[in-house]
Design a binder for this molecule. Sequence first.
Ligand SMILES: [Mn+2]
Length: 243
Amino acid sequence: MIKSLLDRFRKPAGARFEPPAPEVPFAAVGDIHGRLDLLEELLPKLPQDLHIICVGDYVDRGPASVNTLRFLKDHPEILCLKGNHEDMLLDFIDRPDERGPRWLRNGGLQTLADIGVRGISETTQGEPLIEARHRMAEEMGAELISWVRELPLLHETGNVAVLHAGADPAKPLSAADKRTLIWGHRDFLQVPRQDGTWVVHGHTIVDAPSAEDGRVALDTGAYATGRLTAGIVEAGEVRFIST
Ligand SMILES: [Mn+2]
């Protein structure tokens, strides 16, 4: 695997990307979606003392959303970026009537079930939805909600950037807007960047993790497949470790 990646980097024709060269080697973990069990299985498999970055989407779809958030908050040595599901959860807490339905359709129902809220469906509106919002806020507590609110969107080191979903390949990352970083950009998976920056990301489920054309794809659909993946990014190479 490592050799084939290096061969690919050496490919002369049309090669735009120098190998990744982070200032500090790190392991980036793909979308967890409530699978704290898989995160706890994956972490001991990673090289010791490696800086760990999680690419967001800690909640929804899987079974242990709130405990995943608690675990990550209790491990401040792990850098946690924000995903679109954290954004939807915060939107639900801030504006349940307006934003609740979208969150419920996208895995929020499982998160409510996780905290014991029953009788809610994707079409629930009005008072039951407000009540569910209060239960969610109470279960999380103000500190955990603030922690989620303040999660950063982007980490850059050397010629490598880590973010949740994507970025406009035509724009410098310093000019990227929040929505694009957590929801993606239509050109991100189609058009290689011209600035040589590698982008390590989750959000889009892939059958197998990959590192090509300046993108490192890590979301192996853990909540459905049981496979949570970390990409280890060191000078000149990317390799993958999965549950
Ligand atoms: Mn996701």
